[in-house]
Structure formats: C-alpha cells, structure tokens
Design a protein around this ligand. Structure first.
Ligand SMILES: Nc1ncnc2c1ncn2[C@@H]1O[C@H](COP(=O)(O)OP(=O)(O)OP(=O)(O)O)[C@@H](O)[C@H]1O
Length: 249
C-alpha cells in the first residue's frame, strides 16, 4: 500500500512580482515501510516536497494522498489533526523546547491527543526514550544534552504519536560525522523494528548510502528514482526526466 501518493503536484512561491516555481509536475507513490532519501542540490525542492508531504504547506496544483486520504481539500484544522496522528517530524536544528525536559519534549505532541490517557502518555514517553537509548536522561533539558542526544529526543518525540511516516529534513546536517552515522543507524533500526516509513532529505552521500529507496531532484523536478539492490547494495536507478535544455547547460 502507498503511504504517500502524489499526483501532478506543482508548487509556486510568490516573491513580490516574481513567481518561483519550486516543484514541477511531481507524480510519485511511496510504499509503506521504506527508508527513503530525497537527494539533490541546494534549492532543488527537497524541503518544499517534505513540507507538502507533511501537510505543513499545500500544493499550488495537484493532489496528495496520505494513507489514501486526499489531503488537498482539507481545512487547516483537519490537517493539524492528521499531522498529530500520522506524521512525525525531525528537523536539522532539533527544534526542542528549551524549558522542557527530554521526557516533557517527547510528551508534548501527545498533549493535543484527547484519545491518549495520561498513563498511556507516560508509558509511551518511557518506551520511546528507551528506544533511542535515553532512558537515563529523561529529566535533562536540551542544553544538558549533546547534539546527538538532542536529535535522539527529537526522534523519540516524532515516534511518540506512533506515526505512519517520519519526515526528517537533513537530520544529520548539524551533527559531526560519527554522531550523524549513529543517528542514521538508530533511524534505520527503528524503521526495521517498528516498520515506520522514514523519508529524509540530504546532500550527504553517506546518508544516501544507508537508504533503501532514493529520489533525486534537480530544479524542482524529480530526475531519478532508485531502489537498492539488497544483494550487492548497488542502486537500480530509473531516470525519469532530462531537464529542459536551458537547465541542462
Ligand atoms: N517561502 C519561500 N518563498 C519563496 N521561494 C521559496 C520559499 N521556499 C523555498 N523557495 C524557493 O524554492 C526553491 C526550492 O527550495 P527548497 O528549500 O525546497 O530547496 P532544498 O532542495 O530543500 O534546498 P536546501 O538543500 O538548500 O535546503 C528554491 O528556489 C527556493 O529559493
């Protein structure tokens, strides 16, 4: 089943008089359970695409389905509800609330879920802090944690709602290489263990090398889809578009 389906999506931004075409005619379907990297140079449209999949922003044209539910026509409240139930976010800059402890940060997205009891909230906080290896750091505030530990808290926070998708925008960009590798291994373990779909953007070849699906972007177009060959770990790349002449030069 597709966890995300994108049909002929365009995204334009208006900058004064100028229209910036950030995405052009994206059609794509993402299978549940994949560990997927979106790669491409700066400005190619990775963040824009993640924001649309995460229902933080709406396409200018086209349709997006999350778990086969058409989100294009939903109201802001309906989208907030969908995000609170189905989509976890991990950011390059961690985005933890500095006055809250690690446990309180993980609990935070659960507070808007009336269907989750206080006992269940506590149980989930403990469970997901353990999963990311931070059970002993529950009472630490973000400034008492290392960069890697902060990103672990952010991953636990993303997972606490038991989302079908975790979206991560350059999750290792603010970490040193070794810590970045650890965070990626942790995300991959969680992907295997909980079958959560991970979709992350990156410039980093080492990060791309850990993915099992790949989408390459350039100038707002998807230029290739990749599927990892599990036997020899090579990529089977299907090129889907050559850029228009002027953009190829
Ligand atoms: N809010 C905005 N207003 C106007 N233009 C925007 C806005 N957000 C993004 N853009 C433009 O849309 C295009 C795609 O940007 P986007 O941030 O999606 O790229 P990216 O691949 O994520 O880049 P990076 O790797 O640098 O984060 C760029 O040309 C960018 O300048």
């Amino acid at each position: 089943m597709s966890v995300v389906r994108i049909e002929h999506v365009y995204k334009d931004y208006q900058l004064g008089e100028q229209t910036v075409q950030a995405l052009h005619d994206i059609t794509w379907s993402i299978d549940a359970g994949v560990f997927l990297a979106i790669s491409g140079p700066s400005g190619s449209g990775k963040t824009t695409l993640l924001n649309l999949i995460g229902c933080i922003d709406k396409p200018t044209r086209g349709k997006i389905f999350i778990n086969e539910d058409d989100v294009s026509e939903k109201s802001a409240n309906e989208l907030a509800d969908l995000r609170a139930r189905s989509i976890g976010f991990v950011f390059q800059t961690f985005n933890l609330l500095p006055v809250l402890s690690a446990a309180e940060n993980v609990e935070y997205p659960l507070l808007r879920r009336a269907d989750i009891s206080p006992d269940e909230r506590k149980a989930r906080v403990n469970y997901f802090l353990d999963i990311v290896g931070l059970g002993k750091f529950a009472n630490h505030r973000p400034n008492q944690l290392s960069g890697g530990q902060r990103q672990r808290v952010a991953i636990a926070r993303a997972l606490a709602i038991k989302p079908s998708i975790v979206l991560a925008d350059e999750p290792t960009a603010n970490l040193d290489k070794a810590t970045g590798r650890e965070i990626l291994s942790l995300m991959k373990q969680i992907n295997r263990r909980l079958k959560t779909t991970f979709i992350f953007s990156t410039h980093d070849q080492k990060v791309i090398d850990r993915a099992d699906r790949l989408v390459q972007m350039e100038d707002g177009y998807i230029t290739a889809f990749g599927v990892r060959n599990e036997t020899d770990k090579s990529w089977n790349l299907a090129r889907v578009r050559t850029l228009p002449e002027s953009e190829n030069e």
